[in-house]
Design a protein around this ligand. Structure first.
Ligand code: SAH
Length: 196
């Protein structure tokens, strides 16, 4: 591995550790209760497969020279800009986990006393975790300057966009009905809605 690559790899490793730690702390996995209803999500195996691919590709990029042939010719200033973008993404990603608290789940499910969260980032967007995941995809792709890493992360986002979000909104409408429809009227899906 060329030594000039090491600072980027260390930065990405630190960002990913921050992302996963924030998720563990605020994702509420240890105070999660039983599921009331679990939505059928046809895209789940595909989503899991692509996210595993992204994890494996990123790990290979970080610790092996196997992906070194897939470099993108990005200058250092751009790669460090990518690191700043990733950091902003990770902070907002963790903030969304904190706001959703114990209603967070890696699957589409409703808990027995589930209520609709509309605070924090959920005030403005319905899927802040997915939006910030997109920001992280951009940041990590630029910083790694590796197109295998980029393709696998953006692949994960594409599956979220195509399958996860429509299924999730259907489940939320089934559960919360008009409350969710009303919520949809004044929030954006991934980007805050403009006033007026
Ligand atoms: N799509 C959201 C949440 C992802 S976690 C985001 O991107 O931030 C997925 C779980 O969150 C689902 O199982 C669903 O039950 C729950 N969920 C999604 N939006 C919610 C909301 N506004 N209030 C409460 N729970 C929500």
């Amino acid at each position: 591995m060329p030594s000039s690559e090491i600072p980027y790899k260390v930065t990405i490793a630190v960002l990913l550790i921050l992302m996963e730690t924030g998720r563990l702390i605020f994702g509420g996995i240890w105070w999660r209760r039983e599921t009331k209803t679990q939505a059928t999500e046809k895209g789940l195996p595909l989503l899991e497969a692509v996210l595993w691919l992204a994890a494996i590709a990123t790990f290979a990029y970080l610790v092996t020279p196997w992906l070194d042939g897939f470099r993108l010719p990005f200058p250092p200033w751009l790669r460090w800009t990518g690191a700043v973008i990733s950091l902003i993404g990770v902070v907002l990603f963790v903030w969304a986990h904190r706001a959703l608290g114990r209603f967070w789940s890696p699957m589409l499910e409703i808990q027995p006393d589930h209520r609709l969260v509309t605070t924090g980032p959920y005030r403005h967007v319905r899927h802040p975790m997915y939006s910030t995941f997109f920001v992280i995809c951009i940041g990590l792709s630029i910083t790694s300057a590796n197109w295998i890493v980029a393709v696998t992360w953006f692949g994960g986002f594409a599956v979220i966009l195509r399958h996860r979000i429509p299924d999730e909104e259907r489940m939320m409408i089934d559960e919360f009905g008009d409350e969710y429809r009303e919520y949809m009227r004044h929030t954006g899906r991934l980007i805050p809605r403009m006033r007026g």
